[in-house]
Design a protein around this ligand. Structure first.
Ligand SMILES: C[S@@+](CC[C@H](N)C(=O)[O-])C[C@H]1O[C@@H](n2cnc3c(N)ncnc32)[C@H](O)[C@@H]1O
Length: 187
């Protein structure tokens, strides 16, 4: 990852600002399988409201992201909601994933295919992996995100070999994006 990526995301999260509430589809997606307690890692979750929602629901949440501004936003949003989240500033293309075992790992809107085996390894027994990423079909309506950030159609389940897939759908969503949604569990 270039330093430019961190700067780009810092700029983006600065412009979004603390307290902005856009409800992540992750929250609804994983709800039927979310444990009442345990350790949750939100991968590339800087700036997202999902981490705060999970902390409000009783999980011990860690957000890992390269953007220090996004991570500050996550902490500030958590404080506004009277909960806490841990944050880890990390370049996921260069640094190891924060050590598990994690009861839940979530990823939204960040595609790094080589991270999947590590995420699976770091799940606890019975641990849940929940993913939301746009697919190439999204290009029919929008040129962003660009192709490198999009899944192939039907690809997501192939990235979680050995896990039990509990839920997988690919469709146009209320947010206007064509997304793959997946929840899988270690057996
Ligand atoms: C599209 S945003 C998604 C944020 C959040 N998951 C959500 O759905 O709102 C992508 C996130 O990935 C982070 N990111 C990009 N490259 C990264 C890298 N190499 N290591 C860690 N985080 C990275 C960015 O800082 C940004 O917060």
């Amino acid at each position: 990852m270039g330093a430019g990526d961190r700067e780009r995301w810092n700029e983006k999260w600065s412009s979004v600002g603390t307290g902005t509430d856009h409800r992540s589809p992750l929250v609804e997606l994983v709800a039927p399988w979310l444990p009442d307690a345990g350790r949750l890692l939100d991968v590339a979750g800087g700036g997202s409201s999902a981490a705060v929602e999970f902390a409000k629901q009783g999980l011990a949440v860690t957000v890992a992201d390269v953007s220090d501004v996004g991570l500050s936003k996550a902490r500030e949003d958590a404080a506004l909601a009277a909960v806490e989240v841990d944050t880890v500033e990390i370049d996921l293309e260069a640094d190891p994933l924060p050590a598990g075992p994690w009861d839940v790992i979530t990823v939204a809107n960040y595609l790094q295919r080589e991270l999947f085996p590590t995420m699976i390894e770091q799940l606890a027994a019975g641990g849940i992996l929940a993913i939301v990423i746009a697919t190439e079909t999204n290009l029919e309506r929008s040129d962003k995100p660009g192709r490198p950030f999009l899944l192939d159609r039907g690809e997501l389940p192939t990235l979680v070999p050995g896990l039990d897939v509990l839920h997988h759908t690919e469709d146009w969503r209320p947010n206007g994006r064509h997304e793959a949604h997946l929840v899988a569990r270690t057996s």
